[in-house]
Design a binder for this molecule. Structure first.
Ligand code: GLN
Length: 345
C-alpha cells in the first residue's frame, strides 16, 4: 500500500471554487516544503537518459480555470512528458473520432497490470484495454487521422502545444535514448498488429509514440494542460478551445479509471481526482471546473509514479478541496420556511 501521508490534513469539500489566491499560494508553498526533503523512491533508468535527472528536483504548480498560476520550487525545469502525453493524445483522437470509436478500438477498462504489460494484451484477446497503458497509447496514436507520418507528428505536437499554450519542443536526447531501448514497446506494437489492432505500421506507430513521450514540458505546463481539461477543453491562459467539452469529460473519466495504472483505485480512494503520471516524474491531477495540479519530482514508486508528486497531490486535494467525492450537505429547508416563500408541497 502506498503511504500518501496527508491524513492529518483536513478535507475541504469540493463544493464551489478554489480558495483565495493568497490561500492557494500559501498551501502550494506548504505542500512543497512538507515533501521537499523526502528521499524515498528511485529515478527511472530503463530509458538510460532519464537516470541523469537530479533526484532533488521538485516543482509544484496549480493553475486555476481563471488562468491564475500558484507555484513553488522547480516549476520551470523541463523534462520529457512521457506517459502524460497519453492523456492529451487520447483527448485529440477522441475529439476527432468520437467517444464510440475510441471505446471500441482501444477500450476504457483498467488492466490491473503494469503500464508496459504484454500479458495484459494476451489475457484480453489482443485488446490494448485502455489508452493509458503503452499498448493502448500506441494504438491510440495510430488512430489519429493523417496522410503520412510527418503530418501525424505535426498534429500531435501542435495539439499538445495548444493544451500547454506554447510551442512544445522535442527533447532529442530523450527521443534517441528511448528509440535505442524501446524493444518492449516495439514488441507490444507487433503483438497488436498480429491481432489486427493497429491502424498503421507498427514501426511508425512506436516512433510517433516515442516522439510524443519525448516532448519537453515543465510542471507549470502540466498544470496549464490539465486546467484545459478542467475548463471544458478551453485553455484558461490563451482562451483557445482545444477540444470539445465532451472530449474533455471522456478524457477525465479515463484518467480516473486508468491514469495511475494499477494504482488507479488506490489513488482515487485517497485523492479523488483524475490524474496521469509519467516515468520522468511528472503528475497532472485535474479538478473539473476548478483547475489542475502539475507536479514534478523524479523519484518514483515501483508502479512508476513520482513519490513527492503523489504526496503533494494528496495534500492539495484535501487542503484545496479538490477531491470530487467530498461534498457538504445542503442546509435543510423547513416546510414552514418554504410555505413562507409561497412554495406549496
Ligand atoms: N515512454 C515511456 C515508455 O514507453 C513512458 C512510460 C511512462 O511514462 N510510464 O515506457
Amino acid at each position: 500500500m502506498f503511504e500518501f501521508d496527508a491524513d492529518d490534513i483536513a478535507q475541504r469539500s469540493s463544493t464551489g471554487t478554489l480558495p483565495t489566491k493568497t490561500q492557494v499560494d500559501e498551501l502550494v508553498a506548504a505542500a512543497h516544503a512538507r515533501y521537499a526533503t523526502l528521499e524515498e523512491g528511485v529515478v527511472a533508468d530503463y530509458i538510460p537518459i532519464l537516470a541523469e535527472a537530479d533526484p532533488a528536483w521538485f516543482g509544484l504548480s496549480v493553475v486555476g480555470v481563471d488562468g491564475t498560476a500558484h507555484e513553488a520550487g522547480d516549476t520551470g525545469i523541463a523534462f520529457s512528458i512521457q506517459s502524460i502525453s497519453k492523456a492529451f493524445v487520447f483527448a485529440l483522437v477522441c475529439d476527432e473520432l468520437g467517444h464510440t470509436v475510441v471505446h471500441e478500438a482501444v477500450g476504457v477498462n483498467n488492466t490491473g497490470l503494469p503500464f508496459n504489460s504484454v500479458v495484459a494484451v494476451e489475457l484480453n484477446d489482443g485488446s490494448p484495454m485502455n489508452p493509458m497503458v503503452n499498448a493502448g497509447a500506441i494504438a491510440t496514436t495510430a488512430l489519429l487521422p493523417a496522410g503520412h507520418a510527418d503530418e501525424r507528428w505535426q498534429r500531435i505536437r501542435d495539439g499538445l502545444s495548444r493544451f500547454a499554450g506554447r510551442q512544445l519542443a522535442l527533447d532529442g536526447e530523450v527521443y534517441r535514448s528511448e528509440s535505442f531501448t524501446n524493444h518492449r514497446n516495439q514488441a507490444l506494437a507487433r503483438l497488436l498488429q498480429s491481432y489486427d489492432r493497429l491502424a498503421i505500421d507498427p514501426v511508425e506507430a512506436v516512433d510517433l509514440y516515442t516522439r510524443q513521450c519525448s516532448l519537453a514540458v515543465t510542471a507549470h505546463d502540466l498544470a496549464v494542460m490539465g486546467s484545459t481539461l478542467a475548463d471544458g477543453g478551453v485553455n484558461p491562459v490563451t482562451g483557445e478551445r482545444v477540444i470539445s467539452p465532451e472530449s474533455a469529460r471522456d478524457t477525465l473519466a479515463l484518467l480516473a479509471s486508468c491514469g495511475m495504472y494499477e494504482r488507479s483505485g488506490e489513488w482515487l480512494f485517497e485523492i479523488g481526482l483524475p490524474a496521469k503520471s509519467g516515468v520522468s516524474g511528472g503528475i497532472v491531477a485535474i479538478s473539473p471546473g476548478k483547475g489542475a495540479v502539475g507536479a514534478f519530482s523524479p523519484r518514483l514508486d515501483p508502479a512508476g509514479n513520482s513519490i513527492r508528486g503523489q504526496r503533494a497531490c494528496a495534500y492539495l486535494s484535501r487542503a484545496l478541496g479538490l477531491n470530487l467525492f467530498a461534498s457538504d450537505p445542503q442546509p435543510l429547508v423547513s416546510p414552514s420556511a418554504l410555505a413562507h416563500e409561497g412554495v406549496r408541497s
